[in-house]
Design a protein around this ligand. Sequence first.
Ligand code: NDP
Length: 480
Amino acid sequence: MIYIKNYIKGALTEPISKKYFDNYKPSTGEVYAQIPDSDENDVELAYNAASEAFESWSNLPKEKRSSYLLKIALLIENKLPQLALAESIDNGKPLKLASTVDIPRAAANFHFYGTGILHYASHAHNMENTAINYTLRQAVGVAGCISPWNLPLYLFTWKIAPALAAGCTVVAKPSEITPMTAFLLSEICIEAGLPKGVLNIVHGYGNKVGNAIVSHKNIPLVSFTGGTVTGKHIASIAAPMFKKLSLELGGKNPNIIFADCNYNKMLTTTVHSSFSNQGQICLCGSRIFIERKIYEKFKTDFIEKTKALIVGDPLSEKTKVGAVVSAQHKAKILSYIELAKQEGGKILCGGNEVVLTGENKNGYYIAPTIIEGLDYNCRTNQEEIFGPVVTITPFDTEEEALKMANSTMYGLASVVWTENLTRAHTLANKIHAGIVWINCWLLRDLRTPFGGVKASGVGREGGFEALDFFTEPKNVCIKL
Ligand code: NDP
């Protein structure tokens, strides 16, 4: 049994309560680790350590901060096999995905911000013959960073790296459902010699540890990625305290496919954008709108390719779809499939849990599911399911596709497949989303603004946007 530890003031520590709770392995349903059941007292210790470290860390030359971040990036790269294995076991995702996406991206996050901070500059505004203004960008203080379970180390480091680069010190909480790689990151930070208290990681439940971070009177900014309901709750606590807030929330992303698209490229990518990571990526396209002219052909080919996806042990090379993250999440996804049936949906493939054999017999597996015949306004098409479940719907005109695409409360990502340049630009302009991919999916340049509109979030991560978030601009005006 592995006992996960908090990382406070540079040391691996037990929770003050000495209490732990179970960590499950989604592929087998077994308990394989123990997670600290930390509370506000542990958060207070972490805050005190971060607060003590703030002065020296924020005043350290950026080249030195950069070198720590680059050291951490290198250690993540060197330990890729063990981190990928840990991520796959903890989350249920295929080992191949963890090895090629999650862990390389975690290293890239540290590398990107370790170098990015060296190029971060602020403005000067000249008032001719009167005065000159310049903008100081100063680290805000102790940052609270809270992340979800779907891309554990990837999203955890996407917050921590820019915060540290900007000169903030951090109190961070990974999802209690997938704490393992955050624990391993603690060990990496110790190996990298990161000064004590610069990064503190407190494990435990959202409503205890997360809540203590969000409501801490001396933590002036919170970067949160997770569900919209949690985001709303966090905003209700943090906004009246005038905290800076970055909220990356849920999505119900549309894929709009026109008959003039590059069909084969579209088909292969649509299978990925539907079922990668068991559909548990906030950017997955879960509502697929297809121009009627190619609807039947698409339906046949999409079903065939989806049925060919092997659902299995995440550690097997052959597996394309691993386990969903928890028993509770599996039940939620299956309940949405039932809802879809009640709403008149026809299950074209999947629609059921998959029971494997041997040691995986109690794991949490769901067959990739395609549903048709649903109204674009029904709950199945409006609410986030966050599993391997997509709906397909035909459309006749661009206007109709746009109306359906924009009909949800969400606005995170979207995909358009067309070879018509004018149509691509027009739709990109009109879609309510923070990201529009034309003829691709999940192609990421870390310099671009990342985030959503409407109920998908507030603010942007990525590039200098994240450094802007973790710093406060101060205008200095000098009279000539
Ligand atoms: P949750 O909102 O349930 O949890 C996210 C994090 O918040 C977890 O660490 C959780 O802790 C913590 N938390 C829970 N309650 C509170 C609270 N009261 N105060 C402070 N923190 C709290 O999301 P999930 O982990 O279920 O993640 C899935 C969601 O994340 C989906 O909606 C998905 O769309 C969204 N997401 C958005 C992304 C984006 O970039 N926009 C990217 C990835 C995912 P614990 O788990 O320990 O309870």
